[in-house]
Design a protein around this ligand. Structure first.
Ligand SMILES: Nc1ncnc2c1ncn2[C@@H]1O[C@H](COP(=O)(O)OP(=O)(O)OP(=O)(O)O)[C@@H](O)[C@H]1O
Ligand SMILES: [Mg+2]
Length: 190
């Protein structure tokens, strides 16, 4: 049987690594953590105040090699749309999470106000989804809302879609929700 390549991406704090671990255990697959590959192989161009500035060309080459392994693979990271090619990828799970819940996660992580705002804005605008669609095409991309779900539920939904027991869905719109609640200022005013 052919080995699967499942990509799990999405903005910071949406639940990628937590879900990936559960899926890897359930399906006996191996996790390739894009950030770890970058750090472990000196594919970091420089450290900036906002995080790591990655050498995307080098990282793409490293990942292409890793993806040649004859194993079921789960490739995890928010950089996925910028460093992976669509060929050979079976499905791209873009995890989404309400900006109101993300705010709590970022507080726990002690992100600065600026970093938290930037990441919430990026989630509200759906940057990860847009970039994933651009790189992988709409046939391979599915969104999963982790808001109010347990990691086990999310893992189950992703597995079901990977195994084609559930359809690939997209269409999450935080912008409309935030606007309806009258919170545009809260998230977008500087
Ligand atoms: N349904 C869910 N699926 C996955 N994680 C969840 C879910 N609900 C809550 N969480 C929690 O969300 C938090 C963030 O998860 P995690 O660290 O996996 O995010 P991430 O997307 O890997 O973040 P980063 O990009 O910064 O590595 C964790 O505390 C996790 O337990
Ligand atoms: Mg993580």
């Amino acid at each position: 049987m052919k080995h699967f390549r499942l990509v799990i991406t999405g903005n910071p704090g949406v639940g990628k690594h937590t879900s990936a671990k559960i899926i890897a255990e359930k399906l006996d697959a191996e996790i390739i953590d894009i950030n770890k590959v970058a750090i472990g192989n000196n594919a970091i161009a420089k450290k900036t105040s906002k995080g790591l500035d990655v050498d995307t060309k080098k990282l793409s080459r490293l990942l292409a090699k890793a993806l040649a392994a004859k194993k079921d693979l789960i490739i995890v990271g928010h950089l996925a749309p910028y460093v992976l090619k669509p060929a050979g990828v079976d499905m791209v799970a873009v995890l989404r999470r309400s900006p109101y819940e993300l705010e709590k996660t970022f507080e726990k992580r002690k992100y600065t106000a600026e970093k938290s705002r930037e990441n919430m804005a990026s989630e509200i605008l759906g940057v990860s989804l847009y970039d994933s669609l651009k790189t992988f095409g709409k046939r391979k991309v599915a969104e999963f809302d982790t808001t109010g779900k347990t990691p086990e539920q999310t893992a189950g939904e992703i597995i079901s879609t990977l195994q084609k027991k559930s359809p690939k869905k997209t269409g999450i719109d935080w912008l409309a929700m935030v606007s309806e609640k009258g919170d545009m200022q809260k998230f977008f005013e500087y």
